[in-house]
Design a protein around this ligand. Structure first.
Ligand code: AMP
Length: 437
């Protein structure tokens, strides 16, 4: 039979790689909880309109990259290509905004889908961790979101992070800038790519993102957003930067940073690696959005958030050998010797597992030598060895697979048996801890 291939641009995670993804997610989760975020889980499926109205008609994501289909009831649904629109939708669906305790602060993680050309650091199914803080408009919150992101990445071991930040301004700033851009691009439009023609009509800011070399030359001469910012926006930007300075965050102000989503206003930012590791692209990005909530039919409240690509984070950490400590280990490997009834082995495994230990053993008869080899491959800390003689005397032999030290331990009374195991386990932990530091 012919094998069924995985869908292009998707990946399976198993064993160590799955553990690395989980480890990174756990670190982000813990740090986000330090900042007062709670978890939100949203569906993978949404009405297509959520993204066309929320994420924006002019974005590449909505124009070219969505997995959109009609369900059997004839509704147009899409696999989510980003989280922010879904989180805002959930806040509206569940009327979470009707509270005195604003801002609403949620973190999330899970798969996203974009029909992109697969390459290094770019897949069709990928995973993000992110946060959104909605309902309070403050540069304090903007800078805290960046702090949450950078602290998480620092905690994971990242050092040479490049934090780029820009101010897109409020509505008035952007309206003025849009007018200036249209006036500038209009006479050049005939020389520019098809996509830019569409961008010119829907959102001329998008033209600044154009990757076509000829167009980039024209983009170079375009007016700068910073010359069109209202005083209020400038003031707000200054405050955000001040808070970042106070908290030791190094950043670069990047005039050209606009980011690929329509809803951003005021502050936008992106975090990447310097040097060779920049080949993976940005690790994370985010920004403030003033009108997304009202655009989706909600009250007039802004929000701010970041989203970080987990595959890229794991790839870079792997290259930096910062995940080498993550190993698949287990506590005990059971090795029956001679004609031992399987029932005895399963009972012993159940006993140890009920005490919270990870236990493996072979499901078919194997030679003792092969069993030891397997115990080592499974990274077991201890082997538990027992023959007819031991079981008759109510004991097992416990062998430390690192030191090769072996002791006989009585199975009864149970409290003593567990106390002995716990002590052995603690000594092993201490050794590991020592070793890792
Ligand atoms: P965005 O939602 O486009 O602002 O992207 C935020 C982050 O998600 C990026 O910095 C990447 O780390 C990650 N990301 C975006 N698109 C992809 C993709 N196609 N494959 C892998 N990671 C991605």
């Amino acid at each position: 039979m012919e094998k069924i291939q995985p869908v292009k641009g998707t990946h399976d995670f198993y064993g160590l790689n799955a553990e690395k993804m989980r480890f990174v997610t756990d670190v982000f989760t813990s740090v986000s909880e330090l900042y007062g975020y709670e978890e939100m889980v949203v569906p993978v499926l949404e009405h297509t309109e959520l993204f066309s109205r929320g994420t924006g008609e002019s974005t590449d994501i909505v124009r070219k990259e969505m997995y959109t289909f009609d369900d059997k009831g004839g509704r147009s649904l899409s696999l989510r290509p980003e989280f922010t629109a879904s989180v805002v939708r959930s806040i509206l669906s569940n009327k979470l905004y009707a509270t005195q305790d604003l801002p609403l602060k949620y973190y999330y993680s899970g798969p996203l889908f974009r029909y992109e050309r697969p390459q290094l650091g770019r897949y069709r199914e990928f995973h993000q961790f992110g946060v959104e803080a909605i309902g309070e408009d403050s540069p304090l919150l903007d800078s805290e979101v960046i702090l949450t992101l950078v602290q998480s990445l620092n905690y994971l071991g990242f050092k040479d992070l490049v934090v780029k930040i820009n101010c897109l301004g409020d509505k008035e700033s952007r309206d003025n800038y849009r007018k200036a851009l249209k006036a500038y691009f209009e006479p050049h439009l005939s020389e520019m790519c098809e996509d830019c023609h569409a961008r010119f009509e829907i959102n001329p800011l998008r033209i600044l993102d154009c990757k076509v070399p000829e167009d980039q030359a024209i983009v170079k001469g375009a007016p700068h957003l910073k010359d069109y910012l209202t005083e209020k926006s400038q003031e707000r930007f200054k405050k955000t930067l001040q808070y970042l300075d106070d908290n030791g965050i190094k950043y670069i102000i990047d005039d050209n940073l606009v980011r690929g989503l329509d809803y951003y206003s005021e502050i936008v930012f992106e975090v990447s690696m310097s040097g060779d590791l920049s080949k993976y692209g940005a690790l994370a990005g985010g920004g403030h959005y003033a009108s997304l909530v009202s655009d989706l039919g909600g009250p007039d409240m802004g929000g701010v958030g970041f989203a970080c690509g987990l595959e890229r984070v794991v790839s870079v950490l792997d290259e930096l050998h910062l995940l080498d400590d993550i190993q698949e280990t287990s506590d005990f490997y059971l090795i029956p010797v001679g004609e031992i009834d399987d029932r005895e082995t399963l009972l012993l495994a159940t006993l140890l597992r009920s005490e919270g230990y990870q236990v493996n053993y072979s499901y078919k008869t194997q030679k003792v030598g092969a069993a030891f080899k397997k115990a080592v491959r499974k990274n077991a800390k201890f082997a538990v060895i027992y023959g007819e003689d031991e079981l008759a005397r109510g004991v097992v032999k416990v062998k430390n697979l690192r030191t090769e030290e072996q002791v006989e331990v009585s199975l009864t009374p149970e409290e003593d048996f567990f106390a002995t195991l716990e002590k052995m386990m603690e000594e092993e932990h201490e050794h590991e801890h020592h070793h890792n530091n």
